[in-house]
Design a protein around this ligand. Structure first.
Ligand SMILES: *[C@@H]1O[C@H](CO)[C@@H](O)[C@H](O)[C@H]1NC(C)=O
Ligand SMILES: *[C@@H]1O[C@H](CO)[C@@H](O)[C@H](O)[C@H]1NC(C)=O
Ligand SMILES: *[C@@H]1O[C@H](CO)[C@@H](O)[C@H](O)[C@H]1NC(C)=O
Ligand SMILES: *[C@@H]1O[C@H](CO)[C@@H](O)[C@H](O)[C@H]1NC(C)=O
Length: 510
């Protein structure tokens, strides 16, 4: 979860976005058969046990140990590595139908390639079996920002084409060891954010950028590396999908997809410039990955503005990349307004952001830590995928409200947020969107990749200073549980007061 060049806008604009109808009273059974509700986490963010049982460092361990997260690390985090049974028990109590988690590459294959770590295989088998024996579907992300530092040191990680082979071998181990029970595979988490944040702006590991772009990195090239990395991500994804289809899919009968971060985008004004800029932002941000996997080529505007810095697909690669998904995963949190910034194209020496040539203005209220609640942005995002990409099957992999870590369990803003956004998913489905599932981010308060332990998105609070790392249900866990168990939900104040009373009775009992 992240935010880009943030400005706040007059409240008037917010109201424009919010004042659209959203389903308010609804229940679990209003969703189509087969629709699945869950919650998620990722390996580095929850597992802890960073140097146990043969795990080697990932680029995130390096980054956090260099003090880049104000001294915070995922060394212990909320210790799901040891507490997975307790966590699955909470999932059962909550009524989760699915759990989204990722596999740590440096745990499974500590050197990045070569020998598989049997203790890691045992851990993920135990987690998967625990989930399945309780009727919870595992939805597994293969790569969530955390490749082995060994590969970064050896050949520059995603900067090298060599990673395609190593990633495919890593995915092969995942399919082979776990694919008899895991039916939903996502190759990559947010490959549309990683090139920008890690290789243009340089704020996330491996922390690369070049002057005058980005944030004072010691190495990198913001003008060319983001495109190179996006290209290698696409080739690695397509190669893993090809392998799954050839070797596993007909026996294992699962599905494989890719995940994207998606804002809902609105032009700042109705000027032609801002309307075009909004399409350009979508093409650059979502289309960079979605166009190749759906149509087999990069968006025209990306080709034009990046020129020779954008690698091209050979004929054979084109065939592998095109259609390389059974579903798309979407991470949606917020809406933005887009303002034209074509002036940046006048400069000959440009980074990825200057090529995009827009200002992205987050619709946030800077006096509040919580995200604004703009549920119609969810439907708008889903509509965009429906119309621009031929209505592919979609899983909403992440959606959730940010609060500061606090022992107060009454996270009313998260309840309101979830209520609104899940209602908006229902609106989108009723208008024809092929959405198949919804996962809140996050199941527990985790180590956030932007902001460490301060920002929280969890249904369960964890006090990281408590040596037991006990989990505590928040009001939102209670609300989601009520919804998942079939109780009708509404967001009016009577509903919330009733929910709060039931919750405090429950909390006192436990
Ligand atoms: C940039 O990084 C260098 C080396 O890490 C450091 O000495 C310098 O203070 C940094 N400059 C700024 C403006 O952060
Ligand atoms: C970045 O890469 C481009 C294209 O390969 C090259 O022209 C430019 O000199 C490089 N810039 C830096 C700072 O290395
Ligand atoms: C743009 O035009 C649409 C349709 O006429 C209108 O609903 C919307 O409010 C306008 N937006 C702005 C920012 O003026
Ligand atoms: C509903 O779907 C139709 C047809 O795809 C589309 O034109 C319309 O904009 C959608 N409505 C909303 C509110 O997204």
């Amino acid at each position: 979860m992240f935010m880009l060049r943030v400005y706040s806008l007059p409240i008037i604009l917010l109201n424009l976005v919010v004042a659209v109808f959203c389903a308010d009273k609804y229940s679990r059974e209003d969703f189509p058969p087969g629709f699945v509700f869950g919650s998620g986490t990722s390996a580095y963010q929850v597992e802890g046990a960073a140097s146990e049982d043969g795990r080697s460092p990932s680029i995130w361990d390096t980054f956090s140990h260099e003090g880049k997260m104000d001294g915070e690390t995922g060394d212990v985090s909320v210790d799901e590595y040891h507490k997975y049974k307790e966590d699955v028990k909470l999932m059962v109590e909550t009524g989760l139908e699915a759990y989204r988690f990722s596999i740590s590459w440096p745990r499974l294959i500590p050197n990045g390639r070569g020998p598989v770590n049997p203790k890691a295989v045992r851990y993920y088998n135990s987690l998967i079996n625990e989930l399945i024996s309780h009727g919870i579907q595992p939805h597994v992300t293969i790569y969530h920002y955390d490749h082995p530092q060994a590969l970064e040191d050896e050949y520059g990680g995603w900067l090298s084409r060599k990673i395609v082979k190593d990633f495919t071998a890593f995915a092969d181990v995942c399919f082979r060891e776990f694919g008899d029970r895991v039916l939903y595979w996502t190759t990559l988490n947010e490959p549309n954010v990683f090139p920008l944040f890690s290789y243009d702006v340089g704020m996330l590991p491996p922390n690369r950028c070049s002057f005058p772009f980005g944030l004072n990195c010691s190495q990198g090239n913001s003008t060319s590396e983001p495109y190179l990395v996006a290209h290698h991500l696409l080739l690695a994804h397509a190669s893993a999908v090809r392998l799954y289809r050839k070797k596993y899919q007909s026996k294992q009968l699962g599905f494989v997809g890719i995940n994207l971060y998606a804002f809902a985008t609105y032009p700042l004004t109705n000027s032609t410039e801002d309307v075009l800029a909004t399409q350009r932002a979508n093409d650059y941000f979502v289309g960079l990955i979605a166009n190749p996997v759906v149509f087999g080529s990069y968006p025209d505007i990306v080709k034009k503005n990046a020129g020779s810095r954008l690698p091209t697909f050979t004929n054979q690669e084109y065939k592998q990349v095109k259609g390389s998904f059974d579903f798309l995963g979407i991470n949606h949190y917020m809406s933005i307004h887009v303002k034209d910034n074509s002036a940046s194209l006048k400069s000959e020496y440009r980074d990825f952001l200057a090529d995009m040539a827009v200002e992205m203005i987050a619709d946030i209220d800077s006096s509040k830590y919580e995200f604004p609640i703009q549920p119609s942005g969810m439907q708008a995002s889903l509509e965009y995928f429906k119309q621009a990409y031929g209505n592919p099957p979609i899983y909403i992999h992440e959606n959730g409200q940010r609060t500061r870590r606090t022992s107060s369990l009454e996270d009313t803003s998260r309840v309101k947020y979830m209520h609104g956004y899940i209602g908006s998913v229902l609106d989108a489905i009723r208008n024809g969107s092929n959405t198949r599932g919804y996962f809140t981010w996050s199941f527990l308060d985790v180590f956030e990749l932007l902001g460490g332990y301060e920002p929280c998105f969890g249904l369960y609070y964890v006090d990281i200073n408590d040596p037991q790392l006990k989990r505590h249900a928040k009001l939102s866990a209670h609300w989601y549980s009520q919804f998942l168990k079939g109780r009708p939900v509404s967001s009016d104040s009577d509903g919330l007061i009733k929910l709060g009373k039931d919750f405090s009775l429950l909390s006192r009992r436990s």
